[in-house]
Unconditional design. Structure first.
Length: 275
């Protein structure tokens, strides 16, 4: 597989101030393997380095957002697992998992808000991926699952850490232990997704509208809020409050703040520069 083909497995482009990362393997329902994860890592880097992008959408091409881990023979993870176990194999597998974990963490910590647009299937590794996004939206036919328990291995690139933070420990344990599929209605009930839309077309439209609304706000304020929210998950309340005060002081005053106040008073839309 050439470098060009590898890169095309996940694409990045920007429309105005909205960056779009697309899983682009529709013939495999966007199933993930190390080659795809490497392409995803490249796309995340492009989104982070794009100074004009203020929001990032994560979506999947074709009939499903992501069917999970690629179970076909072309996935090198399975060719290694099928060998008689030895120490070298285990060390290699451990390093591959840690590398993939780092890619997920990079997506979670990208400075811009991220919105996952989910349709069709969001299973296993696909669900782990959208848990790294700030906001999750889906279409009503979407099915979710962590099927790993049924397949004989452990969800291992961040899903077991992030899912309880989103849906609570009780729901997270049920999803991890049962390995069952559940629908969009259930996903919304347990706060896994923010909203459910009737079809993929409406999902894409509403996701774009939300992204445009966020991108229309002063980017320093939005990005600062995201940093504080991420920091708050890892420290005590007092440490989070102190960081919050310090982070707020970084953007006061700013040109965007003065423009935001002026636009509010004049009842017009603000024009923000991220300065």
């Amino acid at each position: 597989m050439s470098n060009t083909e590898k890169k095309d497995l996940v694409t990045y482009h920007r429309d105005d101030h909205i960056g779009v990362i697309t899983l682009n393997r529709p013939e495999k329902r966007n199933a993930l393997n190390p080659v795809v994860w490497n392409a995803l890592d490249m796309a995340i880097g492009m989104a982070e380095e794009d100074g004009e992008a203020r929001v990032v959408l994560l979506r999947g091409e074709g009939q499903s957002f992501c069917a999970g881990l690629d179970l076909s023979p072309e996935n090198e993870l399975f060719s290694a697992v099928n060998r008689p176990p030895d120490a070298t194999q285990k060390i290699w597998f451990f390093k591959e998992v840690r590398k993939t974990q780092d890619i997920h963490t990079r997506l979670e910590r990208i400075s811009k808000p991220t919105i996952a647009l989910i349709h069709g299937h969001c299973l296993g590794a696909g669900l782990e991926l959208v848990l790294c996004c700030d906001i999750r939206l889906c279409s009503q036919e979407t099915l979710f699952a962590f099927p790993e328990a049924k397949l004989g291995f452990i969800t291992d690139v961040g899903g077991l850490q992030r899912l309880p933070r989103v849906v609570g420990k009780g729901h997270a344990k049920e999803i991890a232990f049962r390995g069952h599929r559940f629908d969009a209605k259930r996903a919304q009930t347990i706060d896994l997704v923010n909203d459910v839309f009737p079809d993929k077309e409406t999902l894409e439209m509403k996701g774009r509208e939300m992204a445009e609304e966020i991108a229309g706000n002063p980017p320093l304020a939005v990005q600062g809020a995201k940093e504080v929210l991420l920091f708050d998950e890892e420290v005590s309340l007092e440490e989070s409050l102190e960081y919050n005060a310090a982070r707020s002081a970084m953007v006061v005053p700013s040109e965007d703040l003065l423009e935001a106040v002026s636009a509010y008073l004049q009842k017009r839309k603000g024009e923000f520069k991220g300065a």
